[in-house]
Design a protein around this ligand. Structure first.
Ligand SMILES: Cc1cc2nc3c(=O)[nH]c(=O)nc-3n(C[C@H](O)[C@H](O)[C@H](O)COP(=O)(O)O)c2cc1C
Length: 201
């Protein structure tokens, strides 16, 4: 390791170059310009099965994520999460929540819980680990400020960050953007995304 900050961007949008992709891209460019190394994971291109709720991955104690019974792309993604120093976590808001592909990814993060069958609640493996930083990004048709407080998306992105051992240092909820199919995000949104990314570095 050479001291370069490694940022992992996890994006749950379905669309190439949609609003969420553009906001994430602005954040990524700013982080790279500040010297960070950034990898983007587009969940729409990542093979992840649904969680089976079997809880095999939750039975062993310890700080390290448990092993899932599926042999798909999730283990490689968990390895990337473990190796990263900070995160950009993004999903559009659909029906008041993160997208289904983001939720599918989120449920597979149960590997971050120690939850033996005799315990009624899980204990999160990273709850006592030194906190990494995360910025949270969403987009919605409603005005951004309303979207942030009205919908479940923000809480879900925050829970995702906490589960993997990160603390949110800022949120961008870009709204009022669903009136054209190929809208370009405004300079103001790009600047906000850039300012957020710099908080990670
Ligand atoms: C199935 C679906 C559900 C949506 N639900 C909401 C919603 O509940 N609230 C909202 O403000 N916008 C909603 N939207 C609008 C999207 O959040 C918005 O267009 C977003 O920018 C899409 O992200 P993308 O450009 O990255 O694809 C919905 C759009 C779709 C297609």
């Amino acid at each position: 390791m050479d001291g370069t900050l490694r940022i992992l961007a996890i994006n749950g949008s379905y669309r190439d170059d949609g609003i969420t992709d553009q906001a994430v891209e602005a954040a990524v460019q700013a982080a790279q310009a500040s010297g960070a190394e950034v990898e983007i994971v587009l969940l729409r291109e990542h093979p992840i099965e649904f969680c089976l709720n079997c809880r095999q991955c939750t039975q062993q104690p310890g700080d390290a994520p448990g092993k899932c019974v599926h042999h798909d792309g999730m283990q490689a993604l968990v390895d990337k999460i473990e190796q990263a120093d900070a995160y950009i976590i993004a999903s559009p808001t659909n029906f008041g929540a993160v997208t289904a592909i983001f939720k599918r990814f989120m449920e597979r993060l149960v590997v971050y819980a120690y939850w033996p069958w005799d315990k009624s609640t899980p204990q999160f493996r990273k709850s006592n680990a030194p906190q990494k930083k995360a910025v949270l990004i969403s987009s919605c048709a409603a005005p951004g400020i309303l979207g942030r407080w009205l919908y479940g998306t923000h809480a879900q992105l925050k829970t995702t960050a906490q589960t993997i051992g990160a603390k949110s240092v800022g949120t961008l909820f870009t709204g009022s953007i669903a009136k054209e199919p190929h809208l370009r995000v405004s300079q103001r949104v790009r600047e906000k995304a850039s300012a957020l990314a710099v908080k990670l570095v």
